[in-house]
Design a protein around this ligand. Sequence first.
Ligand code: GDP
Ligand code: MG
Length: 174
Amino acid sequence: MGERFRVVLIGGSGVGKSAITIMFLQGTFISEYDPTLEETYRKTITINGKCCLLDILDTAGQERYHTLESHYVRNGDGFIIVYSITSKATFSNVRKLYDLVLRVKDSDSFPTVILGNKNDLEEERDVTIEEGKELSTELGCPFFETSAKENHNIAESFTALVINLRKKLEQEGL
Ligand code: GDP
Ligand code: MG
């Protein structure tokens, strides 16, 4: 039995979770994606010569449905928390979402990658790259600015998450 991880994308509405997912899966950019559609996808990737099956849940939850959100979190092995660099409000959400992950997992760290998406929209930027880096360093999570539109750092983000997931498995095996 090979490796298999459940990856959950969370973040504010409209930050690009679906666009990131579809770019990673299909290599295409979808400019209009049903914001209420929630779907699980499956993809096999090879990282460091080792194959790994990802079940990817692209969530469409609203922040107010806290019980739903903790349900996603309970089932995830690893998380991708997405904000948009064009929206401070979605950035403010990141800490809350990671806190939720830690609370539900009853842990002080958990494999999670933080993404500042839409970094092709420089003229609409509302969150600096330093703010993103600073928060991610504080939370102890890998950080990337991404563009689903330009396929920038998308595969790298999933790779970083898998590397963290493997690290956790190794630590638990000790
Ligand atoms: P979700 O609600 O988080 O799933 O967000 P979507 O993936 O549906 O994206 C919301 C909107 O932002 C759509 O119109 C996307 O085309 C657009 N979008 C997503 N990612 C990017 C990106 O990297 N750059 C730009 N310019 N637009 C993006
Ligand atoms: Mg979506």
